[in-house]
Design a protein. Structure first.
Length: 105
């Protein structure tokens, strides 16, 4: 897949250093006609309640551990894990420790 010249550059942006007091912080990494990639940082103990998304999605855990609930089944994900799920599936997350992950949808 070739990137288009109008794609914003990540040069000079250290996404691993993004921090803050928010329980969930997000930073758009890349947006194309085919997909969006967003870096999310969740503080330990924070939860994202059950919800659905209209698009198929995939998460890549960069750091930390999360409990990912998909259709009432819980999977523990940690650094290096990749997990995908379909559109309109009920899912929720809880950070078991502060976690950084990329959401692609």
């Amino acid at each position: 897949m070739a990137l288009h010249h109008n794609t914003p550059s990540m040069k000079g942006m250290n996404v691993m250093q993004i921090a803050g007091n928010e329980k969930v912080k997000s930073c758009a990494i890349l947006k194309t006609k085919r997909f969006d990639a967003t870096l999310l940082i969740m503080q330990q103990g924070h939860q994202i309640p059950p919800h659905t998304s209209p698009a198929h999605a995939m998460i890549l855990i960069l750091e930390g551990r999360i409990a990912f609930m998909l259709n009432e089944e819980i999977t523990i994900l940690e650094s290096g894990d990749v997990f995908s799920f379909g559109a309109n599936e009920i899912h929720a997350l809880q950070a078991l420790e502060t976690a950084r992950f990329i959401l692609i949808k």
